[in-house]
Design a protein around this ligand. Structure first.
Ligand code: ITT
Length: 193
């Protein structure tokens, strides 16, 4: 028997997002749990900075190995809006507001991006995952959360909200970031995840 596995805490206040992360980690064989810890969100245009700062402040409270993902939807025709302001945009103008801003706009390309910060002392790292696709003209589907009903990933006809969680987790920005993280931690850093 080797050393015991590390348990990773997924810090978020968004339960849907947390459940998605737990499923991804489960499929990679990682022991993980959601932690609803108060974390400070700085304003920055860089998801990497927001995620790392949030992870550091959460670590001061939790003092256990943890991961924080900060994600956003970057719409090309809106010069990357809402991007790092996705939470605020979702709560204020919402899915409908985004569709309204996109009315009559033919360039519908958009990308979801995740910056995943992990702290397993002394290690502190940030991983990036991205998936591009298009913004629909109408919301479709009821699964997932946030902007899932208006985003169709490349090579698909369905929105993320029309897919099962397992399907979204095969291709999503979040899944890509977590897969990179687990691979790097296990292979390069010999972390027992
Ligand atoms: P925490 O910071 O507490 O984790 P949050 O909801 O603010 O929760 P993010 O900052 O990562 O999480 O995401 C900002 C918003 O972007 C989020 O509220 C959603 O509206 C949207 N979003 C993020 N990831 C998404 C995804 O996979 N599918 C659809 N929308 C997503």
């Amino acid at each position: 028997m080797g050393p015991p596995k590390i348990k990773l805490y997924v810090v978020t206040n968004n339960i849907k997002k947390g459940e998605e992360a737990i499923k991804i980690l489960e499929s990679l064989g990682v022991d993980a749990e959601i932690a609803l810890v108060e974390k400070k969100e700085i304003q920055s245009e860089k998801l990497e900075e927001i995620a790392l700062h949030a992870a550091r402040t959460a670590y001061l409270v939790l003092k256990k190995p943890l991961a924080v993902d900060d994600s956003g939807l970057f719409i090309e025709a809106l010069n990357g809006f809402p991007g790092p302001y996705s939470n605020y945009a979702y709560k204020t103008i919402g899915v409908k507001g985004i569709l309204k801003l996109m009315e009559g706009v033919s360039t519908r390309k958009a990308c979801f991006k995740t910056a995943l910060a992990v702290i397993i002392p002394p290690l502190e790292k940030v991983y990036i995952g991205e998936v591009c696709g298009t913004i629909t003209t109408e919301p479709r589907g009821t699964s997932g959360f946030g902007f899932d009903p208006i985003f169709t990933p490349e090579g698909e006809t369905r929105t993320f909200a029309e897919m099962s969680l397992e399907e979204k987790n095969k291709i999503s920005h979040r899944a890509k970031a977590y897969k990179l993280m687990v691979k790097d931690l296990r292979e390069t850093w010999k972390t027992i995840l």
